[in-house]
Design a protein around this ligand. Structure first.
Ligand code: URA
Length: 434
């Protein structure tokens, strides 16, 4: 087989066979296909797309490009969760301890943030001392004792995805439905959970900007899961405004703790409860979403969710005192208040641009090698539909320098539209696909 022939076949709209896809992924994994030919293939796929069969074959070839994580020694139905990526999307830090506190083991491998979307690993690393590098043996041990592990993906898991994602990132080929499905599902399949809940984000701050493409992505991933005997539920949720009010690493940790303390209500809590309820259904702990939400809510009210979060911090060497004392978390020195230019309603938000603003503060990375300023970010003061008067503070920006605050403030201001007309309230949960 020759890679040039395969690139030409895909470029001209042909369908790749299972063997051809396996040849491509093997060549990516062992570097026998050079980056320029891998990139050419990615661009051919971007323009010509993969059908469902090709997407499944790609996913399975990627899932088996390295080792797989065997969770069979951990008792119970293991559930995993994945978000396609958004802004102020801190649900993992809330629902992993909450679901684990209901007696369902959560062993979650997470990634770092790239571009406008934040990554769970970066948030965890903003906690002084927290160790995200956990070996598979350690993870199994933790899962058996505490029922919760939040860790970085181990090196031998889906090496093909690591290479492909890095190349997609620099060749403008990230936002392709087949490539996103393959990337996410290969990692979830290799990570070994029995049930998977996907949070497919839809809106201005998501890869999928409109409802039909979000549904298509959700259905593709659910089909892939079904074909390998994994129970997959996809929740399609809105990303037309930041999910929580805090954007940035330590700021999002604080908001997650506040939710676990029962002090914060709203969209972040609602999405976390919905995803958590489907995780409990996947684990056969409850029979309905209502039952799941009520079990999770009870564990917020009785403090069991927060206690599990504390257990996670102690287990992975994070300072548990941050729960009572947020000043132990980093917070950048320079601060800027962004104010409304006019009276009216908060009419719309360009969420990707708000993510761009947070990137400007230093809270994210534009390219994989960028370092992060854990204490920087944005505290939003408004949501769509709120009324404001000229001069009201609509956001606080934190960054290392005043210049960075000013630059981030410009992006933020441009991203928020204030109008005299009352907007329609965006729907939070758009659909459930299973
Ligand atoms: N998240 C992933 O893990 N992969 C993608 O391709 C997009 C989002």
């Amino acid at each position: 087989m020759n890679i040039v022939d395969l690139i030409i076949k895909k470029r001209d709209g042909g369908k790749l066979t299972k063997e051809e896809i396996e040849f491509f992924i093997k060549g990516v994994t062992d570097s026998s296909i050079p980056d320029y030919q891998v990139s050419a293939m990615l661009m051919a796929i971007y323009f010509q797309d993969l059908d469902n069969e090709e997407t499944s074959e790609l996913t399975m070839a990627m899932a088996h490009s390295g080792g797989t994580f065997d969770l069979s020694s951990v008792e119970g139905i293991k559930v995993d969760k994945h978000s396609t990526g958004g802004v102020a999307d801190t649900t993992t830090l809330i629902l992993a301890p909450l679901v684990a506190s209901c007696g369902v083991p959560v062993i979650k491998m997470s990634g770092r943030g790239l571009g406008f979307s934040g990554g769970t690993l970066d948030k965890l690393e903003s906690i002084p001392g927290f160790k995200i590098d956990v070996t598979e043996e350690q993870a199994l041990e933790y899962a058996k004792t505490s029922g919760i592990v939040l860790m970085s993906q181990t090196d031998n898991l889906t090496p093909a995805d690591k290479k492909l994602y890095a190349l997609r990132d620099v060749t403008g080929t990230v936002d392709n439905l087949a490539l996103i499905s393959g990337s996410i599902m290969s990692k979830k399949i290799a990570a070994g959970a029995d049930a998977i809940v996907l949070d497919v984000k839809c809106g201005s701050g998501a890869f999928m900007k409109d409802y039909p493409s979000a549904v298509k992505l959700a259905k593709t991933m659910a089909e892939i899961g079904k074909s390998v005997g994994r129970n997959v539920t996809a929740v399609i949720s809105s990303m037309d405004q930041p999910l929580g009010m805090n954007i940035g690493n330590s700021l999002e940790v604080i908001e997650a703790i506040e939710v676990l303390k029962g002090n914060v209500k709203g969209d972040l809590l609602d999405v976390a409860l919905t995803l958590g309820a489907y995780m409990l259904i996947g684990a056969k702990k409850v029979n309905s979403v209502e039952e799941g939400i009520s079990m999770l809510t009870e564990n917020i009210n009785n403090g069991k969710g927060l206690a599990k979060f504390r257990e996670l911090l102690i287990q992975q060497h994070g300072n548990p005192d941050i729960i009572e004392d947020y000043s132990l978390l980093p917070l950048s020195k320079a601060k800027l208040e962004v104010r409304a230019d006019s009276d009216g309603y908060i009419y719309s938000m360009n969420t990707a641009e708000i993510g761009r603003s947070s990137l400007e503060t230093g809270a994210g990375r534009a390219s994989k090698t960028d370092s992060i300023d854990f204490g920087s970010g944005i505290i939003m003061k408004v949501r769509i539909g709120d009324t404001v008067s000229k001069g009201d503070v609509i956001a606080e920006i934190y960054s290392a320098t005043e210049e960075k605050c000013i630059s981030a403030g410009k992006y933020l201001k441009d991203a928020i539209e204030i109008k005299a007309e009352k907007p329609e309230q965006p729907k939070l949960i758009l659909d459930i696909i299973s």
